[in-house]
Design a protein around this ligand. Structure first.
Ligand SMILES: NC(=O)c1ccc[n+]([C@@H]2O[C@H](COP(=O)([O-])OP(=O)(O)OC[C@H]3O[C@@H](n4cnc5c(N)ncnc54)[C@H](OP(=O)(O)O)[C@@H]3O)[C@@H](O)[C@H]2O)c1
Length: 810
């Protein structure tokens, strides 16, 4: 080792600078023994714009139910509900049956199953192993149904109890070991694009089966489109989001001479991180890997390229009279390269002012880990920190993965973590840092097992942080893809195609080192890299993704529609379609706010079949049409047989602009004169008679006072708009049409519905409509709706009225 100027080393901020410095120092010898992991040498900040990289902290945000059903539930011939070891699946099946779902309590999932609700994540677990086994059970079900779901979709909902907030809130520590199930759902959403998927975390909190079943049935039939939904015992519905948050510096968790154990720390990106961090903390590191460290065969010295190493090792074998198979030769080359990486990392850490030793330990072997920890304590003293960076990949679609591949990927992360944490149980740790992946947060095609394992790391991190009451800095770092480590050239190409930014080694290593003295101890689960967008990070064409939700309309759940019947047949009012569209848009992009519903067209009005009994099912589908500042979303409402009834677009924005306070020219209105309101053109009865009084009318418009959903005491719903008041506004237009178009008209479309509030107002509503005829049988109107305090909450623009054929003027 050459002499190192520690003062100068301390000024070097990147691994690249350290590598350059060491190469200069080592001079000629550097040509024969590469310093710094080969991946570090390959680092190139040029290929990624660091501006695209960021730090995103996981938060649970309130996500009120939108009032629409999960697709694939109401129309399924059989929904299987698996057992959680109690009678919950039977109770839930019975409750869903009462609400029109063909549900059956059964564990007999097979490759033809079209709808499955997996309750295994609610099972009581006696120990960590039982908790971990739940993931294998969920995986095995997913693999069974995968071919059918890949081809033609289906419904899979998983239910677990990790506190009702995906491990972020207080709950039984043991249960965090089963928290990987949602990552299976998130990956399935990419591998099975037409399937209907959801992961529910519900806090059991000692509740009876019937109370749990009611909460679950509500979520399934009235929830929303989120892939992950948390349900607290108090009924609060939340969903996880990753929110951009700059790191704030606090005091470093690890200082000079502290002992830190690092699994996977001698090679790959973890090595780059530790080498960079060593310059800050100058700690002592025990680096673990499976590779054996041995002297480099003399025939390899000075040879860098793969072909050259193979030639040299083959020649040596021939000289020694040995025969080498291609596999043996490949293994020997890998061993030489691994050894060089390990030595380079040890050198880089020492050069940065730290100390490092390498131990060949398989982290999944608890005995070997315990022995290494004992040996470390004896020679270096108490252990202050642990970094779990070991990981392997075996990417396969859910349908194709073998048990052996599952175990290899899963165990390296999970059995490895278990062995480390149980070996360090009594240690007063200052730092626990787990190398996770963005694929846990978003799912990733072909990486279901890897995503599940990393999701468990995320949740164990939350649990450890709580258990240690903030005294230990606990971080689970969900890295985006790096330019190095396990990211092969093929994977790199794949990410480039998807537009996913790659993390240059130097940038990532600095992010890691900075995080090790983060003051934000409550930010446990992070994504570092590109933004994990709610509409998924790693899918080609994620902009084209679709969401479908459903609604069943019958007397039991839409009793108020009784008041909107013509000749005894219930008609869905156009404002209810507007309400469904607004719920759908909000369910599709909960991260944005609804600004307006545009171009709403009645393509075929809906007369509800069999309203008194079963009723009729409608499918509400939406897809993203453009994504920029907000999003434009295209939406349809169709009957279950595919008949298209309504179409509209939604404008979604990051923050809705406030209602325009500009003074509106008021229409010149004459006295209404007490003409009857209901009875002729207004067929509405009962709760649809929402007009309190008409204050004036003229050729220019009409105005009056209305009851909204609240003042008219409509049945409780997850109202997103004030359907009662908006229907009242349209009723006023029909009165105007009677007076000034000379007959009964129908609203056939709404050019733009501007939404200024999240929910209907309390109290009475004032509406003013400005109307104008447009041809013999057509009228156009704009309506403004204000609450009791004069606050504008909705505007309908360019409402189109058409005279009913029988009422057209001659
Ligand atoms: N590279 C990325 O883009 C990326 C993205 C997201 C997350 N991550 C995470 O970052 C960590 C490092 O990834 P990487 O890309 O650097 O991977 P890598 O180059 O394949 O390195 C993996 C490291 O883990 C060690 N390891 C694997 N199995 C082990 C075991 N059973 N016991 C002990 N050590 C073991 C390996 O050493 P031996 O082979 O000698 O055992 C190696 O040092 C992983 O946890 C990964 O999930 C990486």
């Amino acid at each position: 080792m050459p002499d190192v100027d520690a003062a100068h080393m301390g000024t070097l901020r990147s691994l690249g600078q350290i590598v350059d410095y060491m190469q200069n120092l080592m001079g000629a010898s550097a040509a024969t023994t590469p310093v710094g992991p080969p991946t570090a040498v390959a680092a190139s900040a040029a290929t990624t714009s660091s501006a695209q990289l960021g730090r995103f902290a996981l938060e649970m945000t309130k996500a009120p139910a939108v009032g629409l059903a999960q697709k694939g539930l109401l129309g399924a011939k059989q929904v299987l509900i698996t057992s959680d070891g109690t009678d919950l699946n039977e109770v839930l099946a019975a409750q869903l049956q009462l609400r029109g779902v063909q549900a059956l309590a059964s564990d007999e999932v097979n490759q033809n199953s079209e709808a499955v609700i997996f309750l295994g994540g609610l099972r009581a677990v006696a120990d960590t192993d039982e908790a971990i086994a739940t993931q294998r059970e969920a995986y095995s079900i997913a693999r069974t149904i995968a071919p059918r779901y890949t081809r033609s979709g289906g419904l899979l909902v998983t239910v677990q109890d990790t506190g009702g907030a995906f491990g972020t809130s207080e709950h039984d520590h043991q249960r965090a070991w089963l928290a990987g199930i949602p990552a299976l759902i998130k990956t399935a959403s990419q591998e099975w694009p037409t399937a209907s998927l959801k992961a529910i975390d519900i806090d059991r909190a000692g509740r009876s089966s019937s109370s749990l079943a009611a909460a679950l049935a509500d979520e399934l039939l009235l929830g929303g489109g989120e892939l992950e939904v948390g349900l607290s015992a108090k009924g609060v519905r939340t969903s996880p989001r990753s929110v951009a948050s700059a790191v704030k510096q606090g005091s470093p968790a690890i200082g000079r001479g502290d002992v830190v154990v690092v699994s996977g720390g001698a090679r790959g990106v973890t090595a780059a991180c530790i080498s960079r961090w060593a310059a800050d903390c100058q700690a002592r590191f025990v680096l673990l890997g499976r590779s054996r460290l041995s002297d480099e065969p003399s025939c390899c010295v000075g040879i860098e390229d793969d072909a050259g190493l193979k030639r040299a090792l083959l020649t040596r074998a021939q000289q020694d009279g040995q025969k080498l198979s291609p596999a043996e030769l490949g293994a020997q080359v890998r061993s030489v390269v691994a050894n060089r990486e390990i030595r380079a990392t040890l050198a880089a850490i020492e050069a940065a002012g730290g100390e490092a030793r390498y131990r060949s330990v398989d982290v999944t072997d608890p005995q070997a880990v315990a022995t290494m920890l004992d040996e470390t304590r004896t020679s270096w003293g108490p252990i202050k920190g642990v970094v779990h960076g070991a990981g392997v990949l075996a990417d396969r679609l859910i349908a194709d993965q073998t048990d052996e591949q599952f175990d290899r990927v899963f165990n390296t992360k999970i059995e490895g973590l278990k062995a480390l944490l149980s070996g360090l149980e009594a240690e007063p740790l200052e730092l626990i840092c787990l190398f996770s992946s963005v694929s846990a947060r978003c799912g990733n095609n072909g990486q279901s097992t890897y995503a599940m394992a990393n999701e468990i790391l995320n949740k164990i991190a939350w649990s450890e942080s709580r258990r240690r009451q903030g005294k230990t800095l606990v971080k689970s770092l969900g890295w985006g893809p790096w330019e190095g480590g396990m990211v092969s050239p093929q994977l790199r190409e794949h990410f480039a195609l998807l537009g996913v930014p790659m993390i240059p080694l130097e940038v990532g290593a600095t992010m890691f080192a900075t995080e090790m003295s983060s003051a934000q101890r409550d930010q446990v689960e992070l994504v570092l890299g590109g933004e994990p967008r709610p509409e998924a990070l790693l899918v080609v064409g994620s902009d084209q993704r679709e969401l479908s939700l459903e609604v069943q309309v019958n007397r039991a759940n839409h009793g108020y529609l009784d008041g909107h019947a013509i000749d005894g047949e219930v008609v869905v009012p156009v404002v209810l379609a507007l309400e469904w569209f607004s719920r759908l848009a909000r369910a599709f992009r909960p991260d944005l706010q609804l600004q307006s519903i545009d171009d709403l067209k009645v393509l075929k009005g809906i007369l509800v079949d069999d309203f008194d009994q079963q009723g009729q099912r409608f499918v509400l589908s939406c897809r993203q049409l453009s994504n920029g500042h907000g999003a434009v979303v295209g939406m349809d409402i169709s009957a279950a047989d595919g008949t298209l009834h309504y179409r509209a677009q939604a404008q979604m924005v990051p923050a809705r602009s406030p209602a325009q306070r500009r003074p509106q020219p008021q229409p010149e209105l004459d006295d209404w004169g007490g003409a009857p309101v209901y009875g002729d053109v207004l067929f509405h009865t009962e709760r649809f008679q929402v007009i309190e009084d008409v204050s004036g009318v003229s050729g220019d418009g009409i105005s009056g006072r209305l009851n909204g959903v609240e003042s008219a005491s409509w049945s409780w719903e997850h109202w997103s708009t004030d359907v009662a008041a908006l229907d009242g506004g349209l009723q006023m237009l029909l009165l105007w049409a009677r007076e000034h178009m000379g007959g009964a008209a129908l609203p056939m479309g709404i050019g733009r519905a501007l939404v200024h509030s999240e929910a209907p107002p309390a109290g009475k509503v004032t509406c003013v409509a400005r109307c104008r005829p447009s041809g013999k049988s057509r009228g156009i109107a704009d309506i403004r709706f204000e609450d009791e305090h004069g606050e504008l909450f909705t505007e309908l623009h360019d409402v189109e009225l058409i005279l009913r054929p029988s009422d057209k003027r001659a």
